[in-house]
Design a protein around this ligand. Structure first.
Ligand code: GLU
Length: 479
C-alpha cells in the first residue's frame, strides 16, 4: 500500500482562523491514524498579501495545537523548500515542459484587448456573466516581440468533462465548456495558485488533498494539469465552510476567528480540536473526545457535506469538559502561566496549586477563569472586595473570627477532612451557626464572597496563612 501523504497549504495572509485549523486537523488526524505523513507548505507567492509575520503565526498556532508536521518549515524534509516563494525554479521548469508538450502557451494579449473582448461578448449576448477569453495565441499567433510582457495560459479542453469522487462531496463532474484557458504564470514570472499547488502536490508525493470547499472551482483546472504532466491525480476531500451562527460568513464580529485568541482566552488545545472536529464530523452522539480517540475514530465518510455553524456556547461547554478531564498536576502546569500573566508567580508544581485544582475546577471553564479563582491563594494579602468587607468584616464578626482562629489552631493534619467535622462539632457545642462564621471567614481568607468550601480553602492555604489572614481580618473589622 502506498503511504498516506497529506498536506496543509495555507497562504500566509492573516491569522490562522478556525476554519483553516479544522481542515488541517482532519488531514492531520488522517495522517496519524494511517501512519502517514503530514506536510506543511506555505503558499506565499502572492507577494502583495503574504507576510512573514503571518507565516510565523501559522507555525505558532499549529505548534500550540499540537498538530505537528513531518515535513515543512523548521523541520525540513526531502521535498523542500516548503515555502513556495523559494520554489520558483521548480515551477519554471514545469511550465517550460507544459509549453513544449503543447499543453500551455504564452499569451501576449493586453488588458485592453481582453476588455474589448469582454465588451464584445456583452454586446453580442446581452449578458456579462459567462465570458471566457479566447486568446489568439492559443492557436499559434506569434507576438511581434517575444520578450514583451505576457502570461502563460493552460490550453484547456473545450469538450468533455472532468470528474472526481470527492471524499466529502461525492461524485463531481464539471463540463469543460465552462473553462477558459486559465493563467499559470503572471507577467512577473510568479506562478498562480493552481500551478504552484499542483507542482508541489506532485513533487511532495501528496496522495490526498483536503481543503476548503471554496477551492472546488480550482479542482478541474488542477486535475487537467496533473493529466498534462502525466502525474497521478490524488484523492480530494473538500471540507465545507464554518459559518457564523446566523449563516453569514464567519468573521470577527461573530467569534474569535484567530486560533491563538483561544489560547489567550485560556482554552486548551485538545478542547479546540474537539470542538472543531465535531463541527462537521460526527461519531454517534459522542461529543467529547480525547486526541487519541479522534485519531482512532476519524474518517472522511463521517464528515458532512454541508456547512456548519459556529456555536460559542457549545465551544465553552467542550472546553469546560476538557478542563475537568485533565489531572490536577497537568492542570496546575497549564494554569501557572496564566497566574504569572496576572503578576502572580507560582511554580507549576507548587503543591498548593495542585491541591487547589479539584476545588476550583468544577466552577471554571477556561484557564483564565481558573487563574482568577486561584489567585488569592498565592498572594500575601488577597485583593479585598470592599463591598464584601464592609458587609462581613464588621465588629460583630470579630468574636466569631477569633473563635474560629482558636478552634482551628490545634487541628492536625490541617485538611478539609479534619477541619470540617472538628469545627462543625465545636460550633454546635457553642451554639454558633455556619451562617455567622462562614461568610466573614471566607471574605477574610479569600477577599471575596464566592470560593470553594471554607475548609477546602483553609487546607490549600495551610495553617499559617489561614491564621494570619484571620488575624488581619480581625484587626480590620475591629477598627
Ligand atoms: N493556499 C490555499 C489556501 O490557503 C491552499 C488551498 C489548497 O489547500 O489547495 O486557501
Amino acid at each position: 500500500m502506498t503511504e498516506v501523504r497529506v498536506r496543509f497549504a495555507p497562504s500566509p495572509t492573516g491569522t490562522l482562523h478556525i476554519g483553516g485549523v479544522r481542515t488541517a486537523l482532519y488531514s492531520w488526524l488522517y495522517a496519524r491514524q494511517q501512519g502517514g505523513k503530514f506536510i506543511l507548505r506555505v503558499e506565499d507567492t502572492d507577494q502583495g498579501r503574504s507576510t512573514e509575520e503571518s507565516a510565523r503565526v501559522i507555525v505558532e498556532s499549529l505548534r500550540w495545537l499540537g498538530l505537528d508536521w513531518d515535513e515543512g518549515p523548521e523541520v525540513g524534509g526531502p521535498n523542500g523548500p516548503y515555502f513556495q516563494s523559494q520554489r520558483l525554479d521548480i515551477y519554471r521548469e514545469v511550465v517550460e515542459k507544459l509549453i513544449a508538450s503543447g499543453h500551455a502557451y504564452r499569451c501576449y494579449a493586453t488588458k485592453e484587448e481582453i476588455e474589448a473582448a469582454r465588451e464584445a461578448f456583452a454586446a453580442r449576448t446581452g449578458r456579462k456573466e459567462g465570458f471566457t477569453f479566447e486568446s489568439p495565441y492559443r492557436d499559434g499567433k506569434q507576438p511581434a516581440d517575444p520578450s514583451a510582457p505576457h502570461v502563460v495560459r493552460f490550453k484547456a479542453p473545450r469538450e468533455g468533462t472532468t470528474a472526481w469522487d470527492d471524499l466529502i462531496k461525492g461524485r463531481i463532474e464539471i463540463q469543460h465548456s465552462t473553462l477558459q484557458d486559465f493563467v499559470l504564470v503572471r507577467p512577473d514570472g510568479m506562478p498562480l495558485y493552481n500551478l504552484g499547488c499542483v507542482v508541489d502536490d506532485i513533487t511532495m508525493g501528496v496522495t490526498l488533498v483536503a481543503r476548503g470547499d471554496d477551492h472546488m472551482i480550482n479542482t478541474t483546472p488542477q486535475i487537467l494539469i496533473y493529466q498534462a504532466l502525466g502525474a497521478k491525480v490524488p484523492e480530494f476531500a473538500h471540507v465545507p465552510m464554518v459559518l457564523a451562527p446566523n449563516g453569514q460568513k464567519l468573521s470577527k464580529r461573530h467569534a474569535a476567528v484567530g486560533v491563538l485568541e483561544y489560547r489567550d482566552m485560556g482554552y486548551l488545545p485538545d478542547a479546540v480540536l474537539n470542538y472543531l472536529v465535531r463541527l462537521g464530523w460526527s461519531y454517534g452522539d459522542q461529543e467529547i473526545f480525547t486526541r487519541a480517540e479522534l485519531i482512532e475514530k476519524f474518517s472522511w465518510d463521517r464528515v458532512g457535506a454541508q456547512a456548519s455553524r459556529y456555536d460559542a456556547k457549545k465551544f465553552a461547554y467542550v472546553q469546560g469538559e476538557h478542563l475537568r478531564m485533565l489531572d490536577d498536576a497537568r492542570l496546575a502546569e497549564e494554569v501557572a502561566p496564566f497566574l504569572e500573566a496576572r503578576g502572580v508567580k507560582v511554580a507549576p508544581d507548587d503543591p498548593r496549586l495542585v491541591k487547589a485544582m479539584p476545588y476550583l475546577k468544577p466552577r471554571a471553564v477556561t484557564l483564565v477563569e481558573l487563574a482568577e479563582a486561584a489567585e488569592y491563594f498565592f498572594v500575601d494579602e488577597p485583593a479585598m472586595d470592599e463591598k464584601a468587607a464592609a458587609k462581613f468584616l464588621t465588629p460583630e464578626a470579630v468574636p466569631h473570627l477569633r473563635w474560629l482562629a482558636s478552634t482551628i489552631a490545634g487541628v492536625e493534619p490541617f485538611t478539609d477532612a479534619q477541619l470540617s467535622p472538628h469545627v462543625t462539632a465545636a460550633m454546635e457545642a457553642e451554639g454558633l451557626t455556619m451562617k455567622e462564621i462562614a461568610q466573614p471567614a471566607r471574605v477574610a481568607l479569600t477577599g471575596r464572597t464566592k470560593s470553594p468550601g471554607l475548609f477546602e480553602v483553609m487546607e490549600v492555604l495551610g495553617k499559617d496563612a489561614t491564621l494570619a489572614r484571620l488575624e488581619r481580618a480581625i484587626e480590620r473589622a475591629g477598627t
